[in-house]
Design a protein around this ligand. Structure first.
Ligand code: GLY
Ligand code: MN
Ligand code: MN
Length: 445
């Protein structure tokens, strides 16, 4: 994305945020929205800091992800203010003076010490909705402390699901980067690299260090693909290398991509055919990302479609309906179909019933689903079906009534490959969905 694109789209983004913030403040009965960027956290009994993570409520306004102890102040009807910490420090690199397409839209106060921010914040803390972590408190006895009013958070978080054109452009760019990494990682896999080596090849191609990525890369060879959040990185490849599951994203201006691809070393073998079948099912699911569709239904439909694949490959001996009705499909597809995506890889408010609170429950028997809302234009969701042959779940299945519905020889044939997941980032629109991930893969081809 060019900086002209961002510059062209940013004013309308800021206008949308300002309008949302004005209503949120009204809901909570406050005059000002105040958002600290967050602080550094330290390891216990040590002077080592953890990687800094910007407050998502802060980076929604400005694409700053390396600026702890800065503050955003918004008062309806006034220009937003940014209190920007630029310390005098010879131990660390200090942030550059603010620059870029967004700065002209703010009144900017540069401070040299974190405590100096206080003089630029509204006088009366009780009139402020202050959104952040307790540790950001300033003033005597922490008088200016985050209060995180629920009505304000409910409103902002609910509406954050609907991305502005600026945000969609940022997420497309994050996808573009991640796709570059996926291509490099596949090359490294085919060349025989270890998980650690593939991870390094990925970071190099994306141009991001591990701490800059939106989540910890899942780089899994062979049976490791069955461990849903496998974040070890073996220094040596297994022998032989059969399969590769990569769940890895990228960040751009504070926005995330979240992409998974699965590969078979033998492109002519049965595991490749299994991946292809799941890929076809996944594409059909992505096509259902349409306004008015209940995401819970998409998740349940995914169980049916994946059960069809299990049946087609002779892994289950029953029909797809029975595999879903008995709960058998959950032994192979044990996670949710996906989630909202944006400033956070698992975006907030996935269960929000309205912008004034309330919860839409998960379907019975599906505890790991992260999104239960009805889809609407502007939402970006992941679609990430998977089928796995994990040791724990297969052991539990073997000991259950459903064991009789499984061809265990077929399970044993697939076990050494771990599992398959395919994950795309999809925009819901007024019409056909836009698959950011597929479009960026196609553009790179
Ligand atoms: N990478 C985490 C997820 O797919 O939800
Ligand atoms: Mn993922
Ligand atoms: Mn995901």
């Amino acid at each position: 994305m060019t900086s002209q694109t961002a510059a062209a789209l940013y004013p309308a983004h800021l206008e949308t945020l300002s309008a949302r913030a004005a209503v949120a403040l009204e809901r909570g009965g406050f005059d000002h929205l105040v958002v600290p960027s967050g602080t550094l956290h330290y390891q216990i009994f040590d002077d080592r800091d953890y990687p800094y993570a910007a407050n998502p409520q802060f980076k929604a306004w400005v694409p700053l992800v390396r600026n702890p102890d800065s503050w955003l102040v918004f008062t309806p009807g006034e220009r937003p203010k940014l209190v920007y910490l630029q310390p005098r420090d010879y131990w660390h690199v200090v942030p550059d003076a603010p620059s870029g397409y967004w700065v002209d839209h703010f009144d900017i106060e540069v401070v040299r010490n974190p405590d100096d921010a206080l003089q630029h914040l509204p006088r009366n803390a009780t009139r402020c909705a202050i959104l952040g972590e307790a540790q950001s408190a300033l003033g005597r006895y922490g008088a200016f402390a985050p209060n995180n009013p629920q009505p304000v958070l409910d409103y902002l978080d609910y509406h954050r699901a609907f991305k502005t054109p600026y945000e969609l452009a940022m997420m497309r760019e994050a996808n573009r980067r991640a796709v570059r990494g996926h291509r490099a990682a596949e090359r490294a896999f085919r060349a025989g690299a270890s998980e650690f080596g593939i991870h390094l090849a990925y970071c190099q191609a994306v141009g991001e260090d591990a701490n800059e990525l939106p989540y910890n890369n899942i780089v899994a060879l062979n049976t490791h693909g069955a461990v849903l959040h496998y974040t070890e990185r073996d220094r040596l490849p297994p022998k032989p290398v059969r399969s590769f599951l990569l769940d890895a994203g990228a960040s751009h201006g504070g926005y995330a991509a979240d992409i998974t691809r699965s590969h078979a070393m033998d492109r002519g073998g049965e595991f490749q055919a299994f991946i292809d079948a799941i890929d076809r099912a996944e594409l059909a699911m992505c096509d259902q990302v349409r306004a008015g569709v209940d995401y819970r239904q998409l998740h349940l439909d995914a169980h049916l479609a994946l059960s069809g694949v299990l049946n087609e490959f002779g892994i289950v001996t029953c029909g797809a309906e029975e595999a879903v009705a008995t709960g058998l499909s959950s032994s192979f597809f044990p996670h949710g179909l996906g989630h909202g995506l944006g400033l956070q890889v698992h975006d907030v408010a996935g269960f929000a019933a309205s912008d004034a609170g309330g919860t839409i429950d998960k379907p019975e028997g599906h505890p790991y689903l992260r999104l239960t809302r009805e889809l609407a234009p502007g939402m970006v969701v992941t679609i990430e079906p998977g089928l796995y042959f994990g040791a724990v779940l297969m052991e539990d299945l073997a000991a259950s009534d459903n064991a009789r519905l499984v061809d265990w020889d077929r399970v044993d044939a697939f076990r050494p490959f771990g599992g398959v997941r395919i994950e795309d980032n999809v925009i819901c629109t007024d019409g056909a969905p836009v698959n950011l991930t597929r479009e960026e893969f196609a553009a790179l081809a």
